[in-house]
Ligand binder design. Structure first.
Ligand SMILES: *[C@@H]1O[C@H](CO)[C@@H](O)[C@H](O)[C@H]1NC(C)=O
Ligand SMILES: *[C@@H]1O[C@H](CO)[C@@H](O)[C@H](O)[C@H]1NC(C)=O
Ligand SMILES: *[C@@H]1O[C@H](CO)[C@@H](O)[C@H](O)[C@H]1NC(C)=O
Length: 222
């Protein structure tokens, strides 16, 4: 990104710290220029415990979700679920307010897992590539982040590491959260999918805090 624009953004980002309605500046992801796509495994054996709470806690009711605000520091959020196939639950145009986001998370968190036990991460990654691509030309200066939650590592149609490499080559940061206890999954997510230092696990402790730190870090590295 252009240095001057970056500087302007940084100044904008620092200013609201004076406002009493804002949360602590160091971990404030409510005032970033972000497009986030959450990719959540919903196959039969997925450990979904805490996933939607973690996502929900990333945002506060002060977060400007969607577009069209007079203050351009807004966040768009998309959701994809996958098992043998991926589903675009919400593209980056759908959720246009914090309450839209809240309702979408409530709906997802109460939707039962698929009866299908296949969990093809390449399907989730492919859908994420298409969702990010479909927004090309609009908000190109907003950092793109893909966050994947799964407890298993399997694929069928494409090599996930190639898809991840492609996404990262277009400037997208990929974060992974291993929601189960399988070491092989953790290793594959870390070595083949996640951006450097962006592979997390629900068992690490406070995943919301980890993701918030990572979102801030990825944004400043833009
Ligand atoms: C998988 O999902 C895509 C996109 O939703 C759809 O176009 C395709 O037909 C689906 N494939 C199968 C085998 O259901
Ligand atoms: C989307 O995909 C098309 C076709 O592959 C490509 O030409 C274009 O650059 C992509 N756009 C983005 C924003 O990645
Ligand atoms: C986890 O971190 C978030 C964000 O920093 C914080 O709001 C929340 O209270 C923490 N949760 C726990 C259980 O400590």
């Amino acid at each position: 990104m252009h240095k001057l624009l970056k500087l302007v953004i940084l100044v904008l980002a620092v200013t609201p710290c004076q406002s009493i309605t804002d949360r602590a500046c160091g971990t404030d992801v409510t005032r970033m220029w972000l497009d986030i796509v959450f990719v959540v495994d919903n196959s039969k054996n997925m450990n979904l415990y805490g996933v939607y709470n973690t996502i929900s806690n990333l945002f506060s009711s002060f977060t400007q979700i969607g577009t069209g605000y007079s203050d351009p520091r807004s966040t768009r959020v998309g959701f994809i679920t996958y098992n043998y196939n991926a589903t675009d639950v919400a593209d980056l145009y759908k959720l246009q307010s914090y309450s839209d986001l809240y309702n979408q998370i409530q709906l997802l968190s109460t939707t039962p897992l698929s009866r299908d036990s296949h969990s093809y991460i390449d399907q989730g990654l492919g859908a994420a590539i298409r969702m990010v691509n479909a927004t090309g030309g609009l908000r190109d200066n907003y950092k793109k982040v893909v966050v994947i939650f799964t407890s298993q590592y399997d694929y069928y149609y494409s090599y996930p590491e190639d898809q991840a490499k492609y996404l990262k080559s277009t400037g997208v940061t990929i974060m992974t959260v291993n929601t189960g206890g399988d070491d092989n999954t953790a290793e594959n997510l870390r070595d083949k999918i996640a951006s450097t230092g962006m592979a997390f696990a629900m068992t690490d402790g406070n995943t919301t805090a980890e993701l918030q730190r990572a979102l801030l870090a990825s944004w400043f590295l833009l």
